[in-house]
Structure formats: C-alpha cells, structure tokens
Design a protein around this ligand. Structure first.
Ligand SMILES: [Zn+2]
Length: 238
C-alpha cells in the first residue's frame, strides 16, 4: 500500500524550516476572505484525503498513517497555507471575539467545526476525551479571560469511547506500571461514563456550580448530544 501512497512517493523534504525552500506566501487577508479561503482549503484537503484513501481496501476504513506520513501531509499543505491573523491583528480589525465556547469530545467523528458549521472566529472548541468538563475547568477559566464568552455548550456524542472503558479498567493497567502509587491512582478520574444524557447533565451541574466561572457562563451553560449517525444535535435539559 505504501508504494502507492503519493505522499510517500514525494521527494523527502528536510524538516528544519531553514532548509525548506521558501514558498511565496499570500498576504494576510481580511477575515471574511480568510474564512472563504479556509472553506475552500477544507474542501481541497477533503478531496485530497478521499483520493488518497481510494487506494485503501474498502474494508480498511482506518489506514493508520504513521507520524512521519502525517508530517509529509503537512509538506503538501504548507505551501497553500494563508497566515493566520495574530491576536493583535484581530484586535486592530475591530472584530469582536467569539461568543460561544464549546466543550466536546476529541473523537474525530465528533468534529464541532463541521457539525456546527463553525467558521474561524465563530466559536472556540475545547476537545478532550468524552468532552467531560471537570478536567478542562482551568483551561476554560483561562481562555475566558481572553474572550469573555457569553455562552458555553457541553456536547457529548453517541458511541463515545468514554463509555467503553471504566475507571477500573484504566486503573488496573496503570497500577501495573506504578504499583507503589495505587492509592494515588485510585483517586484519579478518567472521564468514563455510561449514561450519555446523564453525563451531560452532570457536566452542566459542574459548570453551573463552579464559583470561579463567570456569572454569564454559569447562567448560560447548555448541554447537547451529537448523534454520529444522523448528524443531529439534541438538547439535554438538567
Ligand atoms: Zn467521544
């Protein structure tokens, strides 16, 4: 399969940036132009990935590229990259920051920029295992000092991997690596859950009861479930 991979056939490119031939770069564009550019780029990349995947046998839906293959994909992407605006450039443009913060799962089937059709600067998503909020609270508090979000959404999804392991499963494995720390390991949480709507409700309670979170976000925390088969996002009420 590798011999048919166009990325692997490409001339190897040195990793060090000073060794990479300079490419003509586009000027920083206006934010609407930039959004349009990213939309077009996403389509181009999706087409590229589909054409690459066409060499993979039909029953192999996960080609499992190595890290070096992924870095090779970057060499394909990089020449067409349009520079992102910096914080200073965004501020100078007068563009207000995003209103909504989304916390959702890192699962590639649960892609909020896709299923919520989020364009750059529309919203920011924090993605983690299960989309559980508690381990993300420090990050949520930190990023909120930059943007003063007005709403926060917790979005878990069907068939989530976090429903397929238990705290006991994970603890058992890591205790074999650090048996002397068993008591410490017993106190760790790994974000596992069994009740999908229940996990969203639990996370909403955590957000609404967190004294460090802004009053605005505590009062505008909302919960949802994303169905990976239908694409629908369902509201979950506490
Ligand atoms: Zn998940």
């Amino acid at each position: 399969m590798d011999d048919n991979n166009p990325l692997k056939r490409a001339t190897p490119v040195p990793l060090h940036s000073s060794q990479v031939p300079s490419q003509p770069r586009a000027q920083v564009r206006s934010i609407p132009d930039y959004c349009q550019f990213l939309s077009t780029l996403r389509t181009d990349l999706e087409d590229h990935i589909k054409s690459t995947a066409s060499t993979v046998e039909h029953n192999n839906i996960m080609p499992r590229p190595s890290l070096s293959e992924l870095i090779a994909r970057n060499r394909v992407y990089e020449p067409s990259h349009t520079p992102f605006p910096t914080f200073a450039e965004i501020k100078a443009s007068g563009t207000p920051g995003p209103r909504v913060l989304v916390v959702t799962c890192a699962d590639p089937r649960c892609e909020p920029y896709q299923f919520l059709n989020i364009a750059p600067f529309d919203a920011i998503a924090i993605r983690c295992i299960g989309g559980r909020v508690e381990p993300q609270i420090p990050g949520i508090l930190a990023v909120d000092t930059l943007f003063n979000f007005e709403e926060i959404a917790v979005i878990h999804h069907t068939d989530c991997g976090a429903t397929m392991f238990t705290k006991q499963d994970v603890s058992r494995v890591i205790k074999t690596r650090a048996p002397a720390r068993a008591d410490e390991i017993d106190k760790l949480e790994f974000g596992d859950f069994k009740d999908l709507a229940g996990s969203v409700k639990d996370d909403l309670k955590i957000l609404r009861g967190n004294p460090y979170l802004s009053k605005q976000l505590r009062e505008h925390a909302h919960g949802y479930v994303f169905d990976i088969k239908t694409g629908e996002v369902f509201n979950v009420e506490v």
